[in-house]
Design a protein around this ligand. Structure first.
Ligand SMILES: C[S@@+](CC[C@H](N)C(=O)[O-])C[C@H]1O[C@@H](n2cnc3c(N)ncnc32)[C@H](O)[C@@H]1O
Length: 271
């Protein structure tokens, strides 16, 4: 009996929407920030949880990691829907890429990295913490979960890096050439945050501050949206937000902050 068959998959079947290249932003970030863990791992096992109606984004993640981090990376795509596991079989390329049935318990696997994208979005907010706990409990020691959401084409995305102690960072990422305003990211926050974009919540404060910084950086639009984003992120940092990473990542349209986010600043009293 395989490891996958011994475990009752935890979770429910949800819509399987996916698209080629939809997850390239988070994949590029994973390559840039999680490579060390994979390189150091005795078993470079990665799980893509909830790959959807077709396994295209799992195929892409494996290819990106194999090309940029470790050629011997092993990616297992887990799906709770058995029909989607069967449909993915022709794309398998063992031992580097396989597909199996599994849920938040990760089917008995002990991966060093889990990507779970657009999976929790269709659950209730009250189910998120348990799902995180179940997934992180199954990780190899020092392993991490990258859990997030994006739009259909992957132009707006956000994700949390979560380890056994809980979330560590929040990243917002956008395709800058199509970004109207950073406020658009509010609709693509991870499930734990999407209902929190209301006054008094730190994420509301963050989106408002980022939008304000984007407006402040408007004169730089003549040099292109990348320069404008760089200025906006620099402005956020200069005004006290604990922005992480370096301009190399900011240039990709990313903004990463430590978790928990700082508490909202009370609005200054009106004169
Ligand atoms: C919207 S699709 C996401 C596909 C792909 N990850 C993407 O972002 O394009 C969500 C998929 O997650 C699967 N799913 C939902 N809950 C799950 C769970 N607990 N374990 C494994 N798969 C799950 C659903 O069956 C569905 O196919």
């Amino acid at each position: 009996m395989s490891g996958a068959a011994r475990h009752r998959p935890l979770g429910v079947v949800t819509r399987g929407t996916t698209n080629p290249n939809r997850l390239r932003r988070v994949d590029n970030w994973i390559v840039a920030t999680c490579a060390d863990r994979l390189v150091a791992a005795a078993d470079p096992l990665v799980v893509d949880l909830g790959y959807g109606a077709t396994p295209v984004t799992a195929v892409e993640l494996r290819a990106r990691l194999a090309a940029a981090v470790r050629p011997d990376v092993r990616l297992v795509g887990l799906e709770i829907d058995p029909a989607r596991v069967a449909a993915a079989a022709p794309a398998a390329d063992p031992p580097g890429l396989t597909f199996a049935r599994g849920g938040f318990e990760l089917a008995g696997l002990r991966p060093v990295l889990v990507r779970a994208f657009n999976v929790l979005r269709q659950y209730d907010e009250s189910e998120v913490a348990d799902a995180w706990r179940t997934m992180t409990a199954a990780l190899a020691p020092g392993g991490v979960l990258v859990e997030g959401t994006c739009d259909e084409l992957g132009r707006l995305a956000s994700w949390l890096l979560i380890d056994a102690d809980g979330p560590r960072t929040l990243t917002l990422a956008a395709k800058l050439t199509t970004l109207g305003s950073p406020a658009e990211l509010a609709e693509r926050l991870p499930k734990a945050l999407i209902h929190r974009n209301v006054p008094g919540e730190p994420v509301h404060d963050l989106i408002r501050a980022l939008d304000g910084a984007w407006q402040t950086a408007a004169p730089y639009a003549t040099f292109g949206p990348r320069q404008r984003w760089l200025r906006a992120v620099t402005h956020l940092k200069n005004t006290g937000w604990p922005v992480l990473a370096t301009p190399t990542r900011w240039r990709q349209g990313e903004l990463t902050l430590p978790w928990p986010l700082p508490k909202p600043h009370p609005d200054p009293p009106h004169p």
